[in-house]
Design a protein around this ligand. Structure first.
Ligand SMILES: C[S@@+](CC[C@H](N)C(=O)[O-])C[C@H]1O[C@@H](n2cnc3c(N)ncnc32)[C@H](O)[C@@H]1O
Length: 260
């Protein structure tokens, strides 16, 4: 269990990092997801398919970035969507760009920290909680998963699109691999990684049943080779202290869990 004060400090640090990111990087389609297709609609439809989110669900988008997915979901489905981010810049931009748009379902943005879900939400109220490339920033994964279990209704779902660490692929290169990840975690404390087997063990021990672990069915090559991505990547390398390893360190999967 990590102390609340430490979690608050880390959350502020990450929020400031994102505030600064948005000063210097413009994300295509306002999506801060990196494992995506050029056509962001393909990515969102893939998430909707794999999460089995349906009309009339009450959904929490935890770590919503600039709010684009939450708005897409509320526009295409008759859901009640609450979207949270701890970055002030993201919160105000999401409100400005999408807050007034008319949607099929309900849509609300909140400035809130996902490390303290129980301070913000009552027990048993959501049908679905989603972390879309934001679980990487959950520093105390056990606490947050327990809190998610609490705010989900019985039988509710947790969908996490997450970059899992590839220990196996790093066989023989553990030192370089650990150094790369450690430097990221130490210098910015913004990414914390789990391997898939660790994730399954942890989520099951907390009271979730794993329903799906799947590669997203999207064409990511078209985005990776696009000018838009090259611009985002170059800007990130120029403005932040990113180490770009010359071997794959993570693989993104869609995962669906159910509260049992
Ligand atoms: C890679 S971005 C993904 C954004 C978004 N899900 C999307 O689809 O564009 C990670 C997001 O997590 C948010 N985040 C990080 N730490 C957070 C915290 N403690 N509480 C709430 N949001 C947080 C960041 O501000 C950022 O919006």
């Amino acid at each position: 269990m990590i102390e609340a004060e430490k979690l608050k400090d880390i959350s502020k640090e990450v929020a400031n990092f994102y505030n600064r990111v948005h000063e210097v990087i413009t994300f295509p389609n306002n999506s801060v997801q990196s494992y995506r297709a050029t056509d962001i609609g393909d990515t969102y439809e893939d998430i909707i398919r794999d999460s089995s989110v349906t009309d009339s669900m009450k959904v929490l988008d935890a770590g919503c970035g600039l709010g684009a997915f939450a708005s897409y979901l509320a526009s295409t489905k008759n859901c009640d969507v609450t979207a949270i981010t701890f970055s002030e810049t993201e919160f105000s931009k999401a409100e400005r760009v999408y807050g007034e748009k008319s949607t099929k379902g309900n849509l609300h943005y909140h400035h809130a920290d996902f490390h303290f879900l129980k301070d913000n939400f009552s027990s048993n109220i959501f049908d679905m909680v989603m972390f879309l490339e934001s679980f990487e920033h959950v520093y105390d994964k056990e606490k947050v998963l327990r809190d998610v279990l609490d705010i989900l209704k019985p039988g509710g779902f947790l969908f996490i699109k997450y970059h899992f660490v590839l220990w196996k692929n790093a066989a023989g290169r553990e030192d370089a691999f650990k150094k790369t990840l450690q430097s990221e975690t130490d210098s910015m404390r913004i990414f914390t990684h789990l391997a898939l087997h660790e994730y399954i063990k942890l989520t099951e021990s907390i009271g979730f049943q794993v329903k799906l672990v799947k590669l997203p069915s999207i064409n990511t090559d078209d985005y990776r080779s696009s000018n838009a991505n090259v611009e985002v990547a170059n800007s990130a390398i120029k403005n932040f202290n990113f180490t770009v390893p010359d071997f794959p360190v993570t693989q993104c999967y869609n995962t669906l869990l159910q509260k049992i």
